[in-house]
Structures are given as structure tokens and as C-alpha cells.
Design a protein. Structure first.
Length: 103
């Protein structure tokens, strides 16, 4: 077993300078000279059209219920449904991940 855990998984390995005591110096030499870059997350195209971010980091969305059967709804109800609403904290993680490219 190598003196550093996970050393066998690096693609670009360098020579292990083994001092014999399993110290950090043993592990540092096994690290690759180039680090892999993480893949950039793309913005979800559907989320782009449905959500807007505020300056404070909150996310706003349109309310449901204004597409059809509007005759049965009062003017006051339709007026209030037209306003934007904040995304609930339970759904915030999913929405912000989909908007990762914009934030």
C-alpha cells in the first residue's frame, strides 16, 4: 500500500518521496502538477424563462392560475395572482442549482 491514501487514483503521478513515517510530505509529492478543472454548470433553459433573481439572492416566480377559466375568478383575485412571488425555501436549492450559470 502506498504511503498516501488514494495516490493510485491520480493519473499524473510523480515520484513518491518516502520518508517512512507516512507524513504529509509523502502525500504532497503524489499530487498531479495540473489540477482538473470542475465542469461549469449550464443554466437550465426552462428555469431561465420562469425565474428571476433579486439583488439579495432571493428568487421570484410567477403564480399559477391565470391561464384559463378566468371568468369564475374575481378581479381582485386575478390582480393579486398577477404579482410575482418568492420561491419557497424548500425549493430554493433545486432552483438555484438550475440557475447556477446566471448567479
Amino acid at each position: 500500500m502506498s504511503p498516501c491514501r488514494g495516490a493510485k487514483y491520480f493519473v499524473y503521478r510523480e515520484i513518491i518521496l518516502n520518508t517512512g513515517n507516512g507524513s504529509k510530505e509523502d502525500c504532497l509529492s503524489t499530487r498531479p502538477s495540473r489540477r482538473r478543472k470542475t465542469v461549469k454548470l449550464k443554466t437550465h433553459s426552462g428555469a431561465k424563462k420562469r425565474f428571476r433573481t433579486t439583488g439579495g439572492g432571493k428568487v421570484k416566480r410567477k403564480q399559477q392560475g391565470l391561464r384559463h377559466i378566468l371568468v369564475n375568478k374575481s378581479s381582485k383575485r386575478k390582480r393579486h395572482l398577477g404579482k410575482m412571488e418568492y420561491v419557497d425555501s424548500a425549493n430554493m436549492y433545486q432552483v438555484t442549482r438550475q440557475l447556477a450559470g446566471d448567479m
